[in-house]
Design a protein around this ligand. Structure first.
Ligand SMILES: NC(=O)C1=CN([C@@H]2O[C@H](COP(=O)(O)OP(=O)(O)OC[C@H]3O[C@@H](n4cnc5c(N)ncnc54)[C@H](OP(=O)(O)O)[C@@H]3O)[C@@H](O)[C@H]2O)C=CC1
Ligand SMILES: O=C(O)[C@@H]1CCC=N1
Length: 279
């Protein structure tokens, strides 16, 4: 089956490469289009057989399933371009949280889903967040589920939980990378340990932590219990984190949701009522 990707930026490229790496799609199954052609050219050079469409309309003509791997503010021009070409039997998948399924369904006659991926799919790990629209049949849902099972663990969520689930699954790799980098850099400032040693210690620790959770039979809770011996040093640190970190995460969630609400409004405004008027 031909699969199309409109937008081969960070996440479009990650998805294309993850599907190829998993063996689920061959390069010759994939058609891409990107606003800046050179980015698509580079991806096609790395994966011989992968085809580039001259524009989104051409891509949509050739693919029963296509992904919109573009940012919220980039939807309007793409939808304007493809709406006349899209057919009702096609499946359009948005990977962008602030674009509502019902708005896409107003713009396109296609069957619509929202699937929020994560950078973790680059190593065929992490949850993809699956929000099917009403027009998808049970077979369509199963096909998408199977496709994403090759590169991730799909998780069905309600659209109203898209933001918080994305924070936890998709934004958190960056949040935790920054926290760990900050831990290493603070250690350098406080103690004079060489930065390369501090970064290596934190990096190796994180890889071990991931494996303990994935293969070692630990939960987040049981891991803390095993490390923090009663009356020991780790307990001191955990008690501090317990007190100080929760308000930071509280504020972080408030911030991501405020930005999300802002983006939802901006997208709604850009998609506006023109959709219905022009149909
Ligand atoms: N990065 C991540 O970890 C995750 C991202 N997402 C979501 O994915 C979406 C894309 O993010 P990301 O890939 O990081 O962003 P990028 O800016 O890296 O990628 C967007 C791509 O879309 C292309 N594009 C824009 N307009 C058009 C158009 N009209 N026709 C064809 N291509 C177009 C851009 O082309 P050009 O080269 O010209 O800029 C760019 O390459 C966002 O909404 C984000 O929320 C979701 C989960 C995780
Ligand atoms: O930063 C962003 O907007 C996107 C959403 C999820 C991950 N990255």
């Amino acid at each position: 089956m031909n699969v199309g990707f409109i937008g081969t930026g960070n996440m479009g490229r990650t998805l294309v490469e993850a599907f190829i790496r998993s063996g689920k799609l061959k390069p010759s199954d994939i058609i891409i289009n990107n606003r800046t052609r050179s980015k698509a050219d580079r991806l096609a050079e790395t994966h011989p057989g992968l085809r580039i469409a001259d524009n989104s309309r051409e891509l949509v003509r050739e693919t029963p399933l296509f992904f919109l791997c573009i940012k919220p503010g980039e939807f309007r021009p793409v939808l304007d371009e493809i709406r006349e070409t899209v057919r009702s039997e096609q499946i359009a998948v948005s990977i962008t949280s602030p674009v509502m399924i019902r708005d896409l369904e107003e713009w396109l006659p296609a069957k619509v889903a929202k699937i929020i991926p994560s950078i973790n799919h680059a190593v065929l790990a992490g949850n993809s967040l699956f929000v099917p629209g009403n027009r998808l049949t049970a077979d369509d849902q199963q096909m998408l589920w199977n496709l994403f099972s090759a590169i991730s663990q799909p998780l069905r969520i309600e659209e109203e939980h898209t933001r918080i689930a994305s924070d936890l699954a998709s934004c958190s790799p960056a949040f935790f990378a920054q926290l760990l980098e900050s831990l290493a850099n603070t250690a350098v400032k406080e103690t004079g340990i060489p930065q390369s040693s501090a970064l290596s210690l934190v990096n190796q620790m994180t890889q071990g932590l991931a494996r303990l959770l994935a293969e070692g039979g630990f939960t987040l809770q049981s891991l803390q219990e095993r490390v923090a011996v009663p009356g020991g040093i780790t307990r001191e640190g955990l008690d501090l984190l317990n007190k100080e970190v929760s308000p930071v995460f509280h504020e972080l969630i408030q911030l991501t949701h405020a930005k999300y609400d802002h983006d939802v409004k901006k997208v709604k405004h850009s998609l506006g009522h023109t959709a219905k008027k022009n149909m």
